[in-house]
Design a protein around this ligand. Structure first.
Ligand code: GLA
Length: 747
């Protein structure tokens, strides 16, 4: 038996392979797949068990690995060396880099800003560790997924500061050195130029970084990511480099996750110049991604030939893997950026909003003030919405039951000569202009304008002859509160454009235009519900919509002594677009399995709970739960509609409660603050039902409350909410309002 603990750690020489083997027996004891509540990388919660990070929250943290393979003060080797078997102390540094305080985060879903920040941390560690005299190589990497042996799920990577240049990297550097000596140029630069010339294996292109499946790929979906220009190490990274790197990296990882509609396991390693003080101008910094998943249910193992002979067998053609990766996930780096902006846009502002604070002037006055006098303007008003029940069913061709609210967006517009479009946002005090001579593209600097651009883009694609315009808008809808300010902005744009250009287009088609705008130009794969209800709602009614046929019915909202109270959580959640799109893919993955059993199932709308349960064994457990939510939610919409017809509000409230539980547990689109608001609402008297509303991850809850109990509801729920979270929430009551109209005014 060996000695216990960190003492049994040393470098043993492998004379046949001429490389060091690290022995580190204490690593056997490291924490293995702990439950999420006991994750050692989470922040230490007040009163909770102490984690590795003794802070209530953090941004990105780096600390020394508790179970290090290499240590700055290593123990003396436990065995004596012989001439054939040299032994050295395992000197070095092993660090853990925790990317986010959120246990459920991943590089693929983190905001670009955070990834950029992580790149700065890597650079800093490379420089700092590399400057230590015993460190000859700083190796930065991430293992992701149990398939590659990850023992902690919290998003993190690692750094090994080696006292030698690791064997594989030494081999790669030697080849680069030889090539450089012979041809006078960098091997990676040459290989990159060849890949660009060929084009078939390119996956994603940034301005400065490029991701491709290398010609010589060893793993099924192996990717190399490198800078277009020659960079030997991170020491050369500028802010612009890291900004571009973040977008390419995030886009690539989103593609990976999209491949099989589930988190994709990978090893990400960074190769760059050693820090041994030698000349390494032939090195070229790059990331390599090794990917053991070769099919949704199949792993590639490094078995006999790979492990025993050192030669790889790849079952996939590099060209095909690249084509598959190109097809899924974000189509371009611009789309990655636009979705990131959309996430930020959807994130509510930290301050409580002041509802009803509307411009003192009419929007036509605002338009004139912004652009000077011109042709007479048309004005449109488009309301926001709250969904009573039927969440995440619209893009599954199911049923929804939303109502329009009294708040919305007002827009004034007029034609102008030429091909220029100018847009003024009254609330932001910003103006943008773009020409219709060029293809309409998303604007990362003014993301709010993408909703206007998107509608014009979709109308143009549908054959509408666009012309120059001036637009000005403002409103009383808080952005990012889950009340559909984006749909309202798009609907208002579509209506004023139709009025100015006088083309015929009915409500379903207009709603589709708005949906296409958001799906394709903004980059969020929303369903049809929001623009449809904003266009078609009727005062005093909820709108029952069949999202497959677009047949709809105005359902009288006879609430008697009850009202719809909307409660805003003030929560800033920055994951909306990517998580939303992931849910959609999971639903599609579920339908594929169901369809194999019954070809009549074209969407989750067609599936019964029995049909779903019959396929349970074949479904990924997460996908199963996502499907179960959609199937049961559709049934709840039908049930609620008939309960409303019977005046059975109690039943209606029960469906709302069940809907929340399903969104929280099966669809996992709620968050702690919203769950708290729902729990508090249920404890408050006079409340028949409460649930999260809209896309999720923050925003608002919708509550069915007795009219006389609204004030006590406001006081009790918001008071306790503030005490527990420190956040000022907001409650308001809205009647069911009319849909969008021309020349309407904000109340
Ligand atoms: C967002 C989308 C809608 C719908 C809801 C969830 O609001 O815009 O299309 O999917 O989420 O029900």
């Amino acid at each position: 038996m060996g000695r216990k603990g960190a003492e049994m750690s040393e470098l043993r020489w492998h004379p046949f392979l001429e490389q060091w083997v690290i022995t580190a027996t204490h690593r056997q004891d490291r924490t293995f797949l702990p439950p999420a509540d006991y994750c050692p990388l989470c922040p230490t919660r007040p009163g909770g068990f102490p984690t590795e990070v003794p802070d209530p929250t953090y941004d990105i943290v780096v600390f020394e690995n508790k179970f290090p393979s290499l240590q700055a003060n290593p123990p003396e080797p436990a065995v004596a060396a012989t001439p054939l078997s040299p032994v050295e102390p395992a000197k070095g540094v092993c660090e853990v880099v925790v990317y986010s305080p959120r246990h459920e985060d991943a590089l693929a879903s983190m905001p670009l800003e955070r990834i950029h920040h992580l790149a700065r941390v890597w650079k800093d560690r490379y420089l700092e560790l590399g400057a230590r005299d015993f460190v000859r190589y700083v190796f930065i990497f991430e293992n992701r997924g149990e398939a590659v042996g990850v023992t902690l799920h919290h998003p993190h990577g690692q750094i090994y500061a080696f006292p030698f240049i690791p064997a594989l990297i030494e081999k790669e550097l030697a080849a680069s050195r030889r090539y450089h000596a012979e041809k006078g140029k960098c091997l990676m630069c040459a290989s990159l130029a060849e890949e660009i010339r060929d084009g078939r294996r390119i996956v994603l292109e940034g301005d400065r970084f490029l991701a491709w499946v290398p010609f010589h790929a060893r793993w099924p979906y192996e990717v190399t990511l490198a800078s277009r220009g020659h960079q030997v190490s991170m020491a050369e990274w500028s802010a612009a480099d890291m900004e571009d790197l973040a977008a390419v990296l995030k886009g690539l990882l989103q593609k990976y996750d999209a491949l099989f509609a589930k988190p994709f396991p990978y090893m990400m390693v960074i190769h760059q110049a050693p820090t041994d003080g030698e000349d390494h101008r032939h090195a070229h910094l790059h990331f390599e991604f090794y990917t053991p998943q070769r099919a949704p249910d199949r792993l590639k193992f490094l078995a006999g030939v790979e492990s025993g002979a050192g030669n790889y067998i790849n079952d996939k053609l590099a060209e095909e893997s690249a084509a598959e990766l190109r097809r899924v996930g974000p189509a371009s780096v611009a789309a990655v950026r636009a979705a990131d902006e959309a996430d930020r846009e959807h994130a509510p502002s930290a301050q409580p909003f002041v509802r009803g604070q509307r411009p003192a002037h009419s929007m036509s006055d605002v338009l004139e003030a912004a652009f000077g006098p011109g042709e007479k303007a048309v004005t449109a008003f488009a309301p926001g919405r709250v969904n009573l029940i039927g969440e995440h069913t619209d893009y599954n061709e199911g049923f929804v039951l939303p109502m329009a609210i009294e708040d919305g967006i007002e827009m004034a517009a007029r034609s102008r000569a030429g091909r220029e479009v100018r847009v003024h946002s009254f609330d932001l005090g910003e103006t943008v202009a773009f020409s219709l001579e060029e293809p309409i593209r998303p604007d990362p600097v003014h993301p709010w304008s993408n909703y206007v651009r998107g509608v014009l883009w979709a109308l143009g694609r549908a054959g509408v002859a666009l012309g120059g315009m001036d637009l000005a808008f403002g409103g009383t809808l808080p952005q990012g509160a889950g009340l559909s300010s984006s749909a309202a902005l798009q609907v208002a744009t579509a209506l004023v454009t139709r009025a100015l250009l006088r083309f015929p287009m009915d409500v379903p088609r207009l709603a589709r235009i708005c949906q296409e705008s958001e799906n394709e130009l903004v980059g969020v794969k929303v369903g049809i519900m929001d623009p449809f209800v904003s266009l078609a709602a009727r005062k005093g009614h909820a709108l029952f919509l069949d999202c497959r046929t677009l047949a709809f019915e105005q359902v009288p909202l006879a609430l008697g002594e009850h009202v719809v109270a909307i409660c805003y959580s003030g929560v800033k959640h920055a994951l909306v677009a990517s998580e939303y799109n992931l849910r959609r893919r999971q639903c599609t993955a579920g339908v594929e399995v169901l369809r194999a059993h019954d070809p009549r199932i074209r969407a989750l709308r067609d599936a019964s709970l029995e049909a779903l349960d019959a396929c349970r064994a074949e479904l990924d457990p997460v996908v199963y739960r996502r499907c179960r939510h959609v199937v049961t939610e559709n049934a709840r919409v039908l049930e609620s509609k008939s309960a409303l017809g019977r005046g059975d509000l109690r039943r209606f409230g029960e469906s709302m409660d069940a809907s929340h539980a399903s969104l929280r547990d099966d669809y996992e689109v709620s968050c702690a603050e919203i769950d708290l608001l729902v729990d508090l609402a249920r404890q408050s008297s006079g409340v028949l039902g409460a649930r999260i509303t809209g896309g999720g991850f923050g925003g608002c809850t919708v509550n069915l409350v007795a009219r006389g109990a609204v004030e006590s509801f406001r006081k009790e729920v918001l008071g306790e909410y503030r005490r527990r979270t420190g956040i000022d929430g907001w409650v308001f009551v809205s009647e069911a309002a009319d849909g969008a109209n021309l020349a309407g005014q904000i109340r």
